[in-house]
Write a new protein. Structure first.
Lengths: 128, 163, 283
């Protein structure tokens, strides 16, 4: 950490991570065959843990991740996972194919080490 | 010449009742390892375990077993071995745990280690003998079951190599 | 720059389903997809090789690829499930109707033949069963030299847990045999929910022992080189000539290869993708 200026009342500091970032943030969207199905946040987390458990076993199920925010209408969730667990979590999201016997898919929209960068998406930018 | 690299794990099967070791066979151990890997590491572990995994050697008298794993994933598979609590044989379930003694790149290095280890164990146990007579008996017994003449000298040599 | 392709979408007669799959592929960012027809030749039953449906019949309107503002390119591909070498007839004209030709060998002998002799583009590896043979280095190296690719499809892994084990195990042994070169990862999806995004696939490849770079190549540049390989396969002694064409519109770069669409064989549509940019530069 190196503070840029100390004289000003508002102090901004640039944070330089020397090693890999401790957490990775993912923005995922669950696509279901039957669009009217309701999935609560608890169900979602449970579903992801089931996927982790089936692909990576008890070690996978024990790895830590958080659902930071979840929108039930669009089935979009923000996940936080430690960098070491990213590959495991992501691969099990990829291979999840069935939610309560209906086919489903997780679309990983964005992955970033900074939560702030998930707020914007250049793909959805509308140019004039 | 390229060869496919493997890792050989020399494990000791620890049981409370030594007679139950005689019931073990290769298949039972392989099945137990596969089952525990599938439980701990899921489908990914099971897939890794289906590639070139085998039980190379099993000594039911001493409970020594050589496991072969592919080199790329031996650490992952090894990490599941401590979770083995019992091995199912056809007759009964044997409660046990695996103690890994050595990891080698070839069977030969593992064998060398095993011979050295066994000599060490012998030296450790000899003082437990009650009297000279018993000691001599054990020495004789070892000599009588060695196949090559002069095996005892070899063993001695091995011992002297060690600092 | 990477252009992602998915060279295996299972053909289904259901038109709306096909439309949905291609729409999803475009939404996920695949700029080229290939519709796959599987055919199992046998001596006893004289079955005819399926003929590819023209793209217009498959789909009403080609969707725009996300992030590229160009319509998706749809190709045709034939997969032959071989159980005997004689079933492969190299000079069959029906094969020429397809943009890509793949074989799925079932025995070691056939795998060897496919790697060394057969005039195909893709060697597909069965992912739904335990492999009946090992991959040997020698034929695999010959195949790499000839520019063939080995295909791994991941849909079976999504459907079922045991299939998932076989898929991972087979893929790992394949990757080890060819040291990560020329491995093609495709979906073989039958439903839109079975498709996965390109970056998901790249991450999934790390489970199969591919490095990140190789994984990215497996959905982008290897597919591209395969398409060029398929072009040269059709031409005599593997030569394609490139004509400099005037008045070429930039939009046509990603247009479907004109052979499937019909008559417009002469002119710019015929030039392979690699050469087109160069001719433009010289203008």
């Amino acid at each position: 950490m190196n503070p840029e200026s100390k004289d000003e009342p508002v102090v901004y500091q640039s944070v330089v991570l020397k090693n890999a970032a401790p957490y990775q943030y993912m923005k995922v969207c669950l696509v279901l065959e039957d669009k009217s199905t309701k999935v609560s946040a608890v169900d979602l987390k449970q579903f992801i843990i089931t996927g982790l458990k089936s692909l990576h076993g008890e070690v996978g199920a024990a790895s830590h991740f958080d659902v930071l925010k979840y929108d039930e209408d669009t089935l979009t969730a923000f996940l936080r996972v430690s960098t070491i667990g990213l590959v495991k979590l992501w691969s099990s999201l990829t291979l999840l194919g069935f939610y309560n016997k209906q086919s489903c898919a997780f679309r990983v929209l964005q992955v970033s080490p900074f939560l702030l960068s998930l707020t914007g998406n250049s793909r959805e930018l509308e140019l004039d | 010449m390229v060869r496919v690299k493997s890792r050989y794990l020399l494990c000791e099967i620890n049981v409370t009742d030594r007679n139950s070791l005689l019931l073990l066979n290769d298949k039972a151990i392989a099945a137990a390892v596969k089952e525990v890997v599938a439980r701990i590491h899921g489908d990914y572990g099971a897939a890794m375990c289906s590639l070139r995994f085998s039980v190379k050697y099993l000594n039911t008298q001493t409970g020594m077993v050589f496991l072969r794993f592919p080199k790329m994933s031996y650490k992952l598979l090894w990490s599941a071995l401590p979770f083995i609590t019992s091995i199912d044989t056809r007759w009964k379930k044997i409660p046990c745990f695996l103690n890994c003694l050595h990891v080698g790149g070839t069977i030969r290095t593992c064998q060398k280690f095993l011979i050295r280890y066994n000599t060490q164990q012998l030296h450790r146990m000899l003082p437990n003998c009650q009297n000279e007579e018993e000691k001599e008996k054990i020495r004789k017994a070892i000599l009588s079951c060695s196949i090559i003449q002069g095996a005892f000298e070899d063993e001695r040599d091995d011992n002297e190599d060690e600092p | 720059m990477s252009v992602f392709m998915d060279l295996n979408l299972t053909f289904s007669a259901d038109r709306s389903n096909m439309q949905q799959i291609i729409d999803t592929a475009a939404y996920l960012g695949f700029s080229t997809v290939a519709v796959n027809y599987t055919f199992e030749p046998s001596i006893k039953k004289k079955e005819t090789v399926p003929s590819p449906k023209p793209v217009e019949d498959l789909i009403d309107q080609l969707p725009i690829v996300q992030g590229r503002s160009r319509p998706i390119r749809v190709l045709n591909r034939l997969t032959l499930v071989l159980s005997e070498l004689s079933h492969f007839r190299p000079n069959l004209t029906e094969y020429a109707n397809f943009d890509l030709l793949a074989v799925q060998p079932t025995t070691e002998k056939l795998f060897h033949a496919a790697c060394t002799q057969l005039e195909v583009d893709v060697i597909s590896v069965a992912m739904t069963e335990k492999l009946p043979f090992f991959f040997k280095r020698a034929p695999v190296n010959v195949a790499l030299e000839r520019g063939l690719a080995f295909e791994v499809s991941y849909t079976a892994a999504i459907r079922d847990a045991t299939m998932r084990r076989y898929t991972i195990a087979n893929a790992v042994s394949l990757v080890q045999a060819c040291k990560g070169k020329n491995v093609l990862v495709s979906s073989a999806a039958m439903k839109p929910q079975e498709l996965r995004g390109p970056y998901d696939i790249i991450n999934l490849c790390s489970l199969m022992g591919l490095s990140d770079e190789e994984a990215k190549r497996s959905v982008s540049s290897i597919c591209r080189s395969l398409l060029l390989h398929a072009e040269t396969r059709k031409a005599a002694s593997g030569v394609i000539s490139t004509k400099k064409s005037c008045g070429e519109k930039p939009q046509q770069q990603e247009a479907p290869i004109s052979r499937n669409t019909g008559e417009g064989d002469s002119g710019e549509g015929c030039a392979p993708a690699a050469k087109r940019l160069k001719s433009q530069l010289t203008d």
